[in-house]
Design a protein around this ligand. Structure first.
Ligand code: ADP
Length: 275
């Protein structure tokens, strides 16, 4: 029998890890309810999206051009604000029409967005400076920033390339550097808009391996159905600003009628190896 007071158990390390069984369940990584969005010109890009992504899930957002995929991504860290409905990430509400208080800085610390074009994300003279940019803005101690930069460059296989100029990298390397710049914020959720677009076959494979090795919750839009199959156990089809299907990726991609109805095509001869 232990004489230690019960609050000493698991509560002495000064962090939030404590005892796993005593912790309340993690809030969903993403929770959208009735999310609608109209661009300032009146174009209604999202029409009542309800979607819940659990912590640790990997979800592919599929759909034809103009479906609203990028618009959806831009809501996940508060770049765009809902016209109607609500958006929460990691239990933090981003204000919708109800005008709830939001902490956008905290939201952006938890959710990292990797845009399609890495040139939109790299603007410093060196890779290292780009990767350090986010953590430096969190006012972290210098050695913590350095550690994060090293870890992030390691996670994308760019150790020792910190001194390079982002502008002189290949497209695949730029993509990895841009991803490192997001990972250095140590986000819980990673949102990727068309991660494989413009990558050559090797760059596509290497970037896929990198993503497969991450433990973040992942939401990615893609036209690349084999990539979705490889990396995400769940797929959602978005069309006309609405979710029209949501289920295991195997099932969604195995439904030829569903794919055809939304202008989605598997490459000729693609054979699905079931997970
Ligand atoms: P996707 O990523 O699925 O191709 P988008 O989210 O980019 O789709 O676009 C959804 C719809 O919103 C499209 O009809 C598109 O033309 C429109 N749209 C996108 N950006 C804007 C904008 N800045 N202003 C007005 N309409 C826009």
């Amino acid at each position: 029998m232990s004489e230690a007071p019960s609050e000493a158990r698991g509560g002495t390390r000064g962090d939030a890890s404590g005892n796993a069984s005593a912790r309340p369940p993690a809030p969903p990584a993403i929770e959208l309810t009735g999310l609608s969005y109209s661009y300032p010109d009146g174009h209604r890009a999202l029409r009542g999206i309800t979607l819940r992504v659990a912590a640790g899930e990997r979800v592919a957002i599929l759909g034809p051009n103009g479906a609203g995929k990028s618009t959806l991504c831009l809501h996940l860290n508060g770049i765009l604000e809902a016209t109607d409905g609500t958006v929460s990430v990691c239990g933090l509400p981003i204000a919708g029409a109800d005008g709830r208080v939001k902490d956008i800085k905290e939201v952006r610390r938890r959710v990292g967005v990797v845009f399609q074009d890495p040139d939109d994300m790299l603007f410093m003279p060196t890779v290292e400076a780009d990767v350090a940019f986010g953590p430096s803005n969190l006012n972290l101690p210098e050695d913590e920033v350095r550690k994060r930069v090293e870890r992030a460059l390691g996670a994308v296989g760019m150790e020792g390339m910190g001194e390079r100029s982002p502008h002189h990298l290949s497209f695949g390397q730029k993509k990895r550097a841009a991803t490192a710049a997001v990972l250095s914020m140590e986000p819980e959720v990673l949102v990727l808009d068309e991660p494989s677009s413009s990558l050559d076959p090797r760059g596509r494979r290497e970037f896929g391996e990198l993503l497969a090795g991450l433990d973040q919750t992942i939401v990615m839009t893609t036209h690349d159905l084999p990539y979705a199959h490889e990396l995400c156990e769940r797929a959602v089809i978005l069309d006309g600003g609405r979710i029209t299907a949501d289920g295991p990726t195997d099932e969604i991609l195995g439904d030829a009628g569903l794919l055809a109805a939304h202008d989605l095509e598997l490459p000729h001869g693609f054979v699905m190896d079931h997970h």
